[in-house]
Design a binder for this molecule. Structure first.
Ligand code: ADP
Length: 278
């Protein structure tokens, strides 16, 4: 609270007027704390693979200089660690690009159905490699929404990728898209659900899954090539779209990640317009 003193120039017989400036310092401190934590976490995530690469280079320059077998093995590990750093940097860049646009709402009207088809096709090679069948069931068409095509594709891709990675043991992933009814004069809602039948997630983790670098099991996430940023990116994109993410899971029963967003009603064109009527 900062009294700025009496405003001068008022009528002399009036009591002095004070301006009071209220600023929520706790919120500012919380945001600053989050920023500092984020930089520390990102540095730590990058330092781990980098330390491993440096360690292997030193071994190859020293004790393993003439060991041809060690050369091949170490080069494979170093390549994997370098790819991990590259994935992490890509995700960090995505996150900061989306954050820059956080307060700008998308303006284009797009159909979500072809985006889902594209993502399902693009994920096939990984699904086949992982022994998982990915099915797509679009129950209503079109699914028109105001949104950014590339960003929504990234949302669905991250969710399907996770379902394949963590739901692998279930053998299948089902993507379903429906158009729900509008309630009390509100827009109808598009719901896209990505479901797997893998190990599932314990309830205590659910509220924190979209935090940056939060993982249920860090070793397993790293082993599967995760960066810990996939769901944070999903959440940021959905916030910008005023869309919601609902996570439903029980350990041992798999998980369902459902995205809901407002549908833009399109005026249906008659299939055979009557002659003479415009
Ligand atoms: P990561 O790169 O580690 O996959 P994400 O932000 O995409 O990071 O996900 C955060 C964590 O949420 C994962 O590490 C994993 O523990 C958990 N998770 C995400 N999707 C699933 C899923 N379909 N089944 C079980 N756990 C999941």
């Amino acid at each position: 609270v900062s009294p700025l003193g009496p405003i001068r120039g008022g009528k002399p017989d009036k009591a002095p007027v004070f301006l009071v400036l209220l600023r929520d310092l706790t919120e500012a401190q919380r945001v600053e704390r989050m920023r500092v934590d984020f930089v520390a976490n990102a540095s730590h995530e990058l330092r781990t693979p980098l330390a491993s690469v440096i360690g292997f280079i030193e071994t190859l320059q020293g004790p393993a200089r003439n060991d041809a077998q060690a050369h091949d093995r170490f080069l494979d590990i170093m390549a994997e660690q370098a790819r991990r750093m590259s994935r992490l940097i890509d995700d960090l860049m995505s996150l900061s690009r989306i954050e820059l646009k956080a307060h700008v709402r998308p303006e284009t009207v797009i159909d979500v159905a072809p985006i889902l088809e594209h993502v399902a096709d693009a994920m096939q090679p990984l699904a086949i490699d992982s022994g998982v069948a990915v099915t797509l069931d679009i129950k209503d068409r079109p699914l028109m929404a105001v949104g950014d095509r590339d960003e929504l594709a990234q949302v669905f891709q991250n969710l399907v990728h996770n379902a394949i990675k963590y739901g692998q043991s279930g053998g299948r992933v089902a993507v379903t898209a429906t158009l729900g009814p509008g309630q009390s004069g509100r827009a109808r809602r598009i719901a896209v659900s990505v479901r797997d039948w893998g190990a599932g997630i314990a309830p205590e983790h659910l509220p924190r899954l979209t935090e940056r670098f939060y993982r249920v099991d860090t070793a397993s996430s790293r082993e599967k090539g995760g960066t810990g940023l996939g769901l944070a990116i999903v959440k940021h994109i959905l916030n910008r779209h005023r869309a919601q993410l609902n996570i439903d899971s029980k350990p041992g029963e798999g998980a369902a990640f459902t995205v809901t967003l407002d549908c833009v009603e399109t005026v249906a064109k008659p299939a055979n317009p009557q002659p003479g009527k415009a």
